[in-house]
Ligand binder design. Structure first.
Ligand code: SF4
Length: 493
């Protein structure tokens, strides 16, 4: 500890870009089946992610029960978001006027490349050398850090989870808890090694070390970058919700402040925040409200002691207008609370890295193909059992299972799936439409499976072709001799 306090912050080499090749960076090699199978076989990962998600899920349930009528509130939140999306042009204009009235400048980026150029130019023109970032999924989406580093800047993540990701040259694997895939025993040696302190896995001591280290970065920083949970059109403000206070320091200490936010984050009025904030923290961590909820916008006013000399709001499109114009508009309601991840039986087993994008879990399975292309990410809509837990969890009532089914339909209609797969689905659909065909195909399957199981003690150990997945990690019992319908008929006689 004394060591840490005595050490000059300059002793730490800036962390070079953490962009270790990620699956999605090498688009042609992204293979959800391989990644998810590997993840599912990692017992450590399963235990760590499973325990954390179940804990958050349980806290959410308890926390929502404290509300007089959580369902009505969720319904209202969904309507607020949907109304804004339906009139987005109007509210964006209002937002831009109000940000400019406060002395800020608004930039519109059609895609990630434009956003990178805009932010890099702001940093360059203002001769910024050290950047502090508060948590921002959108900056991950466009991979901002390496671009700033390439022009000689030091970039520091100041959210503790994101800082650990940065030190570990890793990627976030959860929308709210970026290091949900790591256990305390994995984090402790990493941080102790980085800070060059004696080994400890005491969370408070480790946090204290990180806090002292990052405080110096805040003092030195000339550029602050934030995301935004919401943009309030009525007042021209950005709203961020954090638990560590790093967001406040990021927005108040550096002389230049940039907020990079997806354009779908607008809400009409301040009053709408009272609905959405009530649900955001409850849905993600089970807290009644996050520890720090900050509203900011514009530049430092005369007489104010802190705040930026320049404020830039970068509104990112990057595929959002296209989604807005199509059948999947509702998905833009998402407030990135991660409740659907915590609820999802698939995410709980495979964690976030398998999804090959900064947006994992059910919402990631939905928006990643929409953002990045259905061809490349056509496995993701299948990464769901369609159990409905995600829709039940969603505070803004996005019907995730229905949209996933629609994406599967699109994959079929656009002939992205293989011919064999399309043929199987056609036959399946035909048999579901005809009771006679359904009965006969069921009988044929039963007969074939029972025959196969006869040679391996009544169990199916290895099925051929596409059916092989069912027996990949477990044996399957042979079908019963009589179907439920047959037994039912017999009983009624
Ligand atoms: S889809 Fe709903 S539950 Fe999932 S992160 Fe978005 S708002 Fe939260």
């Amino acid at each position: 500890m004394a060591d840490l306090l005595a050490r000059n912050p300059g002793d730490h080499h800036p962390i070079p870009s953490r962009r270790a090749p990620a699956p999605h960076a090498q688009t042609s090699s992204f293979n959800f089946k391989v990644l998810s199978t590997q993840a599912a076989a990692d017992e450590n990962l399963k235990r760590t992610v499973g325990a954390a998600t179940v804990k958050q899920w349980t806290s959410r349930q308890v926390s929502l029960r404290q509300l007089p009528d959580a369902s009505a509130l969720r319904h209202l939140a969904g309507r607020i978001k949907q109304h804004t999306l339906d009139h987005l042009d109007y509210y964006l204009e209002q937002l831009i006027d109000n940000v400019e009235r406060r002395g800020g400048k608004v930039h519109f980026a059609r895609n990630g490349g434009e956003a990178l150029q805009i932010i890099a130019a702001i940093a360059r023109e203002n001769d910024c050398k050290i950047c502090v970032k508060s948590k921002s999924m959108v900056s991950e989406e466009i991979e901002l850090t390496p671009v700033l580093e390439q022009q000689g800047m030091q970039v520091w993540e100041t959210d503790l989870g994101e800082f650990i990701v940065q030190v570990n040259h890793d990627k976030p694997s959860h929308l709210v808890q970026p290091i949900i895939h790591m256990s305390r025993r994995q984090i402790a040696p990493l941080l102790c090694d980085y800070f060059k302190t004696d080994y400890t896995d005491d969370p408070q001591t480790l946090t204290r070390h990180a806090r002292q280290f990052l405080r110096d970065k805040f003092r030195q920083a000339d550029l602050g970058i934030t995301g935004g949970n919401f943009l309030v059109a009525q007042t021209g403000q950005v709203c961020i919700a954090t638990n560590e206070g790093n967001g406040r320091l990021t927005t108040s200490m550096p002389r230049v402040l940039v907020s990079l936010v997806g354009l779908e984050k607008v809400v009409p009025r301040l009053g709408d925040l009272s609905v959405l904030l009530k649900l955001l923290a409850r849905s993600s961590t089970g807290q009644a409200i996050t520890v720090y909820t900050s509203l900011f916008g514009g530049t430092r006013a005369a007489g104010e002691k802190d705040g930026p000399e320049q404020f830039h709001l970068v509104l990112l499109d990057n595929g959002r207008s296209e989604i807005l114009a199509g059948d999947y508009r509702q998905t833009l309601r998402c407030i990135r609370c991660a409740a659907c991840l915590n609820a999802c039986p698939v995410y709980r087993v495979i964690g976030g890295h398998s999804y090959g994008s900064v947006y994992p879990g059910p919402i990631g399975a939905l928006i990643t193909p929409l953002f990045r292309g259905l061809h490349e990410y056509n496995d993701l809509p299948q990464a769901s059992s369609l159990c409905g837990a995600c829709a039940e969890a969603c505070p803004v009532e996005i019907d995730i299972p229905q949209h996933l089914v629609n994406l599967r339909r699109d994959i079929h209609q656009k002939k992205i799936s293989s011919m064999g797969e399309r043929l199987i689905y056609r036959l399946w659909a035909a048999s579901l439409r005809s009771p006679l065909l359904y009965r006969w195909s069921g009988r044929a399957q039963k007969w074939a499976l029972r025959l196969r199981a006869r040679f391996s003690g009544g169990w199916l150990k290895k099925l051929p072709g596409p059916a092989g997945g069912w027996t990949q990690v477990r044996d399957m019992p042979q079908p019963a001799a009589h179907t439920f319908h047959e037994l039912w008929k017999k009983r009624k006689k």
